[in-house]
Ligand binder design. Structure first.
Ligand code: GDP
Ligand code: IMO
Ligand code: MG
Length: 443
């Protein structure tokens, strides 16, 4: 069975932990979208690994990790990540494939990202998105523009690179200048040299991953697709424009890997037991006072990639239900349940009230209309016990079980996994895997 793991909120739901866990049941672990804006944490035996570009299956050396064509790859970051894993005795060799068609994040993409954010944040009102400054938007924009983009396969062809980078550097220099970047003109020769050198190092990994994945399908070797970012940050279905630049929902899988959606039979939607968001954009259930601070401190809600404090609030089930619909979720994994210990009461948002007084259970994927929605909450009793040692449903206090059951009732989906701590083994397998009927799959 092929599985997708996808975030149903605004990111950082704990996808890395679940991908690591489900790696045991699969042979290939495949990233299909995003880039080094992702920060996926895996904690095993007290050791913490933060992965940005490399799939979270990399800790299992007998599995093959694939960076698909839909990912934008910063080669310098990738090399850094490979090196830091090897320094900790994690094997990175034939077990890592990188698509020759994945587009490259260049140094000037990162500069452009940061400069544009700076310009948008200055002046009247803050119009910035609060990006991770990893060059994601500019790199995907280049892919869509076509004429100025470089792909990973191009790093293996020095003559081609040299022939392209002259004009690219000229145009980019002018653009950066217009954005107020005070730097010497980009030097095509030194950029070519550095890319060729990185291409030499990454060469053994760069390949046609589409055929590799279809060979895996033919041999019935199970594939796990690892979503980066999350459904509410999806460029088409998220809270535009406060989103990232890729299809992070499962709808990105076919385009980002070359594998038709019908091959994905199981979609595990990852959700926190509450909600967080990093960067700008609407967040109906955000708690700006003591409750938000308490969740942030208990959940250690600081960004894996940027270290920024995450905005925190109650669980928004209108949003989760919408994401589950877009992603075709077949089950849920409810993360960080332990963070909610100690609250007298917990709130669940089940609907939105609109300015005209109507109440809707439909999400509003529009950043300018969503702030008008007032969350309608259901209140449930909390629990005081710490639950980090729970291994079974029966170990959970009744109020925690009721909380999970209420989420299942409102979303109409089984909670397959509940997580009570960052460690691989702080995990409750509550239900058997749920798959679509064998004829279905994501179409
Ligand atoms: P991802 O981007 O979706 O992979 O999530 P991140 O790694 O950015 O953020 C999730 C954070 O929560 C990481 O620090 C994880 O180690 C941690 N985490 C995951 N599951 C749990 C859990 O059940 N309880 C607690 N307390 N922390 C968790
Ligand atoms: P993981 O995979 C949380 C957010 C950024 C910003 C917006 C656009 O760890 O869940 P970008 O740099 O992509 O142009 O930023 O999207 N964002 C994330 N927030 N987790 C992520 O990834 C994110 N990836 C992007 O904070 O608001
Ligand atoms: Mg993260």
């Amino acid at each position: 069975m092929n599985t997708a793991v996808v975030g149903l909120q605004w990111g950082d739901e704990g996808k890395g932990k679940i991908v690591d866990l489900l790696t045991a049941e699969h042979d290939f672990i495949v990233r299909y979208n995003g880039g080094a804006n992702a920060g996926h944490t895996v904690v095993v035996g007290g050791e913490t690994y933060a992965l940005h570009l490399i799939p979270s299956g990399i800790l299992s050396s007998e599995k093959t990790c694939v960076i698909g064509n839909g990912v934008v790859v910063d080669p310098a970051q990738l090399l850094k990540e490979i090196e830091s894993l090897r320094a900790r005795n994690i094997t990175v060799g034939d077990n890592l494939m990188v698509s020759n068609r994945a587009h490259v994040v260049m140094p000037y993409h990162k500069e452009h990202d940061a400069a544009l954010e700076r310009v948008l944040a200055s002046g009247s009102g803050n119009n910035s998105i609060g990006t991770t400054k990893r060059g994601i938007g500019p790199a995907y924009a280049d892919k869509i523009h076509r004429s100025l983009s470089i792909r990973m396969g191009d790093l293996l062809d020095p003559d081609y690179l040299a022939s392209r980078l002259g004009v690219i550097c000229d145009i980019r220099t002018r653009e950066l200048d217009a954005l107020g970047v005070d730097a010497p003109p980009l030097d095509a020769a030194s950029l070519t040299e550095s890319l060729v050198s990185m291409g030499r190092e990454l060469g053994p990994h760069i390949t046609d991953t589409v055929y590799a994945l279809h060979d895996a399908l033919t041999q019935e070797r199970p594939i796990l697709f690892e979503g980066a970012n999350a459904c509410l940050l999806d460029i088409d279905h998220g809270t535009f424009p406060y989103v990232t630049s890729s299809n992070c929902s499962t709808l990105g899988i076919p385009a980002g890997t070359g594998v038709p959606g019908r091959h994905v039979q199981r979609v595990v939607g990852i959700m926190k037991a509450y909600t967080t968001r990093v960067g700008e954009g609407p967040f109906p259930t955000e708690e700006l006072g003591e409750t938000g601070d308490r969740i942030r401190e208990r959940g250690n809600e600081y960004g894996t990639t940027t270290g920024r404090p995450r905005r925190c609030g109650w669980l928004d089930l209108v949003a989760v239900r919408y994401s589950a619909m877009i992603c075709g979720a077949t089950s849920l994994s409810c993360m960080l349940l332990d963070v909610l210990s100690g609250f007298d009461e917990l709130k669940l948002c089940t609907a939105y009230e609109l300015p005209d007084g109507t109440v809707t259970d439909r999400f509003i994927p529009d950043a300018y209309r969503l702030p008008q929605a007032k969350p309608v909450f259901e209140t449930m009793p909390g629990w005081s016990e710490e639950i980090v040692g729970a291994t079974d449903r029966e170990d959970l206090p009744m109020a925690a079980r009721d909380y999970l059951e209420r989420i299942e009732a409102i979303t109409g989906l089984p909670i397959e996994i509940a997580s009570v701590g960052p460690e691989r083994n702080q995990t409750l397998r509550l239900q058997p895997p749920t798959a679509m009927p064998s004829t279905a799959g994501l179409t």
